[in-house]
Write a protein that binds this ligand. Structure first.
Ligand code: NAD
Length: 340
């Protein structure tokens, strides 16, 4: 039987684990998979683009597990009462091809994206970074803030969004985190001024310039999350040129990330090698570091493996007959045809 985790099950699983513990545990899974990067069969995701957005399939495997995610990105969806990003996915046993888990991945994507961002900042930001400016107060925002608080000890966060109500929502949702001071900014410039870490997590299907060079300060770490599709960027090209850029799967990021604006020879560095301790991230205190995040399938495999383990441990989720259970595996017909 295949284990099925819907949104309610995933929420129960996070609550049962405790948010802090869930995030710390997930960090361990993602780090371990990044350290094992060369052992995975990797490819850029396949994308079906339309005027309104994109629908993508993201597969990855090692010799034990195969995972894939279906995910969309439709920035205008909130005006229709729908989310910008929605996802589901599966985890399968490589030896038999049997799907062990079918799971919601909208919440999972928010968690894995935030934890990957925080993991990158742990490796790349100044060790004494304590405050962050975050531009974009949509679905991903609070997950980012909490992951940075738990993993990077970020205690003060300035927020900005062109939508005042989105900022109200973030303030309300994070009220129960007394150790995180949320400060409402009046502009992007006001939001990022003096920040050790800057996260951009906006959604707009355009080559936006959320961050421009005049906003960038020595030693900043930039976590660019929302530029993740051809023709959808957030960082001005001069910002990219001013820093040392780290990427997930280079072949995918060259097409989808903010670095799509740069020529193909512009140097970028693999994040996994820094996580694995093979390369240095930040070379000097005043260097600007940039994580050009687009989201890679391996992060999804990590969270699928993680929630599968937790779900089995806590007995959360239901088992479903996704695959026929047959006495005789050659007799599929018997299952389908009851009468003639
Ligand atoms: P969302 O639609 O819920 O929120 C986006 C927010 O950005 C909205 O509140 C909107 O008002 C704000 N915004 C748009 N333009 C802005 C501007 N110029 N200045 C300030 N705020 C602006 O979307 P979401 O689910 O929070 O996702 C945010 C972005 O992150 C999307 O672009 C999505 O594709 C991307 N994303 C990336 C990854 C990754 O792994 N890199 C994962 C998930 C989502």
């Amino acid at each position: 039987m295949t284990l099925f985790l819907d949104v309610n099950a995933l929420r129960d699983l996070v609550n049962k684990t405790g948010t802090s513990q869930f995030i710390s545990g997930l960090l361990h899974f993602i780090e371990q998979d990044f350290i094992r990067w060369p052992y995975f069969d990797k490819s850029p995701r396949t994308a079906a683009h339309s005027k309104a957005g994109v629908i993508e399939l993201m597969p990855v495997a090692d010799d034990v597990n195969y995972g894939f995610k279906y995910v969309n990105g439709h920035p205008k969806n909130p005006t229709l009462g729908l989310s910008t990003v929605m996802a589901f996915g599966a985890l399968s046993d490589v030896d038999s091809g049997y799907p062990k888990l079918l799971s919601e991945m909208t919440l999972s994507t928010a968690f894995r994206t935030a934890v990957t961002s925080a993991m990158a900042a742990k490796a790349l930001a100044k060790p004494n970074a304590r405050n962050m400016g975050i531009v974009g107060c949509g679905s991903q925002c609070e997950f980012q803030v909490i992951a940075f608080h738990i993993i990077n000890n970020i205690n003060e966060v300035r927020i900005f969004d062109i939508d005042e109500e989105a900022m109200d929502k973030v303030e309300k949702n994070l009220k129960n985190y007394p150790n995180i001071k949320i400060i409402r900014a009046s502009s992007v410039k006001d939001c990022v001024q003096g920040a050790d870490i800057v996260t951009t997590v906006t959604a707009d299907k355009t080559n936006a310039t959320i961050l421009t060079s005049d906003m960038i300060e020595e030693g900043m770490h930039i976590n660019g999350v929302g530029g993740d599709c051809p023709g959808k960027t957030e960082l001005h090209i001069d910002v990219l040129k001013s820093g040392k850029i780290f990427v997930e799967h280079e072949a995918q990021t060259r097409v989808e990330g903010d670095i799509q604006q740069l020529e193909a020879q512009h140097p970028v560095y693999p994040l996994w090698r820094v996580i694995a301790g093979l390369d240095i991230g930040r070379d000097f205190e005043k260097q600007i570091t940039i994580f050009d995040s687009v989201g890679f399938a391996l992060e999804d495999l990590s969270i699928l493996r993680y929630v599968y383990e937790l779900a089995v441990e806590f007995k959360i989720g239901e088992t479903i007959s996704l695959i026929p259970a047959l006495d005789n595996p050659k007799d599929l017909f018997k299952l389908a045809v009851v009468t003639n």
